[in-house]
Design a protein around this ligand. Sequence first.
Ligand code: FMN
Length: 351
Amino acid sequence: MIEKRKNEHIEICLGRNTKAHHNHWDDIDLVHRALPEVDFDNIDLSTELFGVELKAPIIISAMTGGTELGKRINENLAIAAEKLGIGMGVGSQRPYLVDRSLGETYSIVKEHRVPLLLGNIGAPQLIDQKRSPGVTRKQLEKLMIMLDADILAVHLNFLQEAVQPEGDMRAEGILSAISSLSKSFPVIVKETGAGISRGMALKLKRAGVMGIDVGGMGGTSFAAVEKYRAEARGDRRKAELGEIFWDWGIPTPASVLEASVGIPVIATGGIRNGLDAAKALSLGASAVGIAGELLKPATESPEAVIEKLEGIIHQLKVAMFLVGARNVYTMKNTRVIVHGRLRDWFEQVEV
Ligand SMILES: Cc1cc2nc3c(=O)[nH]c(=O)nc-3n(C[C@H](O)[C@H](O)[C@H](O)COP(=O)(O)O)c2cc1C
C-alpha cells in the first residue's frame, strides 16, 4: 500500500505538472561584479556540512525507496553522489518497517561511498496515529544501521497528509518526540514543500536538531501531487483541497531567512539550476537540496544524473565567478536585489 503510493508519487511527478505556480527564486537577482578579481579555476565549491567535506554544497533530496523503481533511482543517485562528492538522502524508510524484504531498495546506496548519507522518516510516524503505532527507538536505530546513515532526516509533511486520502493528521507531541530523538541520533528536520518559519526553526533548534532543511514552497507541490491521486480515486473533496492548497507555504528564499537561527540551513524547494543555488547561498544557506529536477534523470541512468548535476555545479561556479566569490562561504556577502512577491515576503519576514 505505502509502496504503491511511493510509485504513484514518482509517476505523477514525472508525468504531470506538480510545480508551484510561482518560483520565488525568479524574484532574486544577484548583482553583477564587472571585475570579479578571482580566477575562475580558483573558485572553490567545497564546503563542510555536519562535519563532512562535500565537493559542492549540494544534497540530493529524499525521494524514494521501497520499490524496484525506487531501488534503481536510489542506486543511480548514489553513484552520482559518490562521483561528485555531494550528499544524498533516501526517501521515507517507513515501507521497510512494514515489510523487511524491502531493505535493499534503500541499502543499495551503501554500495557507493556517498560522503553524507541521510536516512528518512516522517514526523507523523514518531507518534501513534489512528491506524499505526509510533515507531520505536529500536526501529529507528535499524533504519540508521541499514544505511550506515550519517544523519536521520525527519520530514514534516502535514500539507500532504491533509490532502492525502489516507493522511495521518495527529500532530500533538511531535516536537517533544523530535527533542528526545535528537538526544540519541544526529537529526535534521526537513519540510517537504511548505517551508519552516522563524518560530518553528527556533523551537527545532531548542529541540536539539543539527540542521534545518527548509523544504520551502516554489518547486514540487505535494498538494498538487495528492490532488491528482485524489482525482484518480474520484475523491472530489480532496482533489479540490489539493487545488486550493497547491501554492500553500513559505517561499523557499523567505524560509531560508526565517530559518537562519545559528544551525546549518539547507535550501530545498524549487532549485532548478546553479543560478538558483547561488542565490540560496547568497541568502546564507549552507547548501541546497534538489529533488524534482533530478527525478527524470534518476529513472534513466547514473550518467544522466551526473550530467544534470555537473551542469548545475558549473552554473553555480559561473554565478560565483560573476559576483567575485572565491568560495561558498564568501557567497554569503553577495548583494541581491529582490523583486515582486518575494519582496513582500522579505519585508515581513521574521529575522
Ligand atoms: C517523487 C518525490 C518523492 C519524495 N519523497 C520524499 C520522502 O519520502 N521523504 C522526504 O523527506 N521528502 C520527499 N520528497 C520531498 C523532497 O525531498 C523535497 O523536499 C521536495 O520535493 C522539494 O524539493 P524540489 O522542489 O527540488 O522537488 C519527495 C519529492 C519527490 C519529488
